[in-house]
Design a protein around this ligand. Sequence first.
Ligand SMILES: Nc1ncnc2c1ncn2[C@@H]1O[C@H](COP(=O)(O)OP(=O)(O)O)[C@@H](O)[C@H]1O
Ligand SMILES: Nc1ccn([C@@H]2O[C@H](COP(=O)(O)OP(=O)(O)O)[C@@H](O)[C@H]2O)c(=O)n1
Length: 212
Amino acid sequence: MIIAVDGPAASGKGTLARRLAGHFGLAYLDTGRTYRGVAAAMLAAAADLEDAHAAVRAAHDLDFEGLGTLELGTQEIGEGASRLAVIPELRAVLVKRQRGFAEEALAAGSGAVLDGRDIGTVVCPDAAVKLFVTASAQERARRRALELYGEAEGPRYRDLVEALELRDRRDRERAASPLRPADDAHVLDTTHLSADEAFFAAVRLVDKALAA
Ligand SMILES: Nc1ncnc2c1ncn2[C@@H]1O[C@H](COP(=O)(O)OP(=O)(O)O)[C@@H](O)[C@H]1O
Ligand SMILES: Nc1ccn([C@@H]2O[C@H](COP(=O)(O)OP(=O)(O)O)[C@@H](O)[C@H]2O)c(=O)n1
C-alpha cells in the first residue's frame, strides 16, 4: 500500500506521515528532504540556484539513504529548496528516484508513506490513500517558530510568517507540479487538531479506504 501525504510548509505532514508509516508497518520517505538535500549541496558549493544543470547533477548524486543524518532544517535550506523546486528538469530526476523508492517498498511486500507537495498528483497518482494536510498560515508559522526558535513571538517569528507565506505562494503558483490537493485526496485541516488528533483522524481515513 502507498499512502500519499501532501500539504504546505509546517502543516504537520511529516509528523503525521512518519507516525502512519510506523503504525501500518510501511517504509517512509520525506520527499522535502530530497529537495532540501539538493539545496544544501548547491549552497555548500556556492552554486547558482537557477543553474538547472548543476541542480540535476546534485540530484543524481544525492544519497537518499544518508538524508536522515544531514542537518537540513534551516530556513536558508528550506528557502533554497523552494527556489530550486521550480526547475522541471530537477523535479524529473527527483520524482523518478522517489517513485523508485515507492516501487522498491511495494516489491519488498509492505509499501510506503511518502510526504511532500506532489505525491498524490504526480509521484504516486495511484496511491491507495491520499491525504492533504493543511492548517492556517498563522498556525503553521507558530508551529515552525516553536520548532526553530522555541518561541512564537517577536521579530524572528514575524519574519518567519512572511517567509512561509512567500514559500507557499511559490509552491502553489509554480508551473511545474504546483502544490494542490489531488482530486481524490482527503483534506485534513489540523488548525485546531493536536498531532495526536490529526494522527487518529488519518488512521480512520486510511482504515476506511482499506475497507472499501
Ligand atoms: N497537529 C499539530 N499540532 C501542533 N503542532 C504540530 C502538529 N503537527 C505537527 N506539529 C509540530 O509542528 C512542527 C512542524 O511539523 P512537521 O511535521 O515538521 O511539518 P511539515 O512536515 O509539514 O513541514 C513540528 O514541530 C511538529 O512537532
Ligand atoms: N514533493 C515535494 C517536496 C518538497 N518540495 C519543495 O521543497 C521545499 C521544502 O520542502 P519541505 O517539505 O522540507 O518543507 P517543510 O514543509 O518541511 O517546510 C518546499 O517548499 C517545496 O518547494 C517540492 O516541491 N515537492
